[in-house]
Design a protein. Sequence first.
Length: 340
Amino acid sequence: MDKYLRLRDKVLRRARGKTVLLSRYGAFGDLIMLTPVLRELKREGYYVVLNAQGSSRNVLTCNPNIDDQIIQVRDEIHPDKLDEYWSELSKGFDRFINLNGSIEGDLLKTEGTLEFSLLKEKRHELCNKNYIDHTMKLAGFDIIGAQPKLFFSKAEHKWARSILKRINHKYLILWSLSGSSYHKAWPYTEYVATEFLDAHPDTHVITVGDLACKLLEWEHPRTYSWSANITIRKAMILTQYANLVIGTETGLLNAASCFDTPKIVMLSHSTEENLTKHWRNVEAVNGNTHCYPCHQLHYSKKSCPLNSATQTPLCMTMIRPEQVLLRMEKFYKESRRKVA
């Protein structure tokens, strides 16, 4: 704890004017949903200090609404000591906003807690709130429908434009293969992608994800398998330049929500109200299954109903290929009409 308190003291010595410490440990999507809060704090004249985990903090590089940061090493502070830690870390700041657990915990009940086992109807009653609206309220802002925003450097934009040039500005689909949970991978991705590619010769697909996602990639002359080959920021800036972004409830789809780019998202534990209510140009699909929406964070397959044949989560298996293909065709035809 002492090293963080020394970092805090250095930050406070650099600060000018009134100060706020905003603490949020989460994945890429969690920090993207935080950006409207950062924007409002800066508008109120605060010197904004972000306390986030280093691996996720990278998505907020170039954000002008962050003045300083205290990078948190994952799991370095024991969970039982976090309240004491935050109490000490926040000393000296004019304001402290703690958004840890604001989505996971509040609106997604975590496996191992009593609330995880609540009846589905009760969980829905408690949790069916928009993630960003809820985050804004907890931060003290009565704002509905706030839009997230990402910032990129000139070099990053130049790189993204070079990718479009490489494919001769053909129709580009950016496909996020999987998220941070096993119920965030759709089992029909390869089948649907290759069928669409074969039907539309002017189409290219870029697949992205982490190292494990390489197992989900396929061979096709117009598919570029880039899982673990490009940084998260490069994947995210492509959501601005692609013609269509497809995936499950991942950080990449949250990145796409910052732009007007057409997007298709396969829902697993969230509803449209939770996630896509305020998104632009989006089609959200879900499976017709008894457990959806669960509003749960699953850490084991024992707690998640599986398809007996594929041993994949029902919420993913029951999203049929035709549901996604239909929406892909819709966005493709709209894009081609604009070109014509």
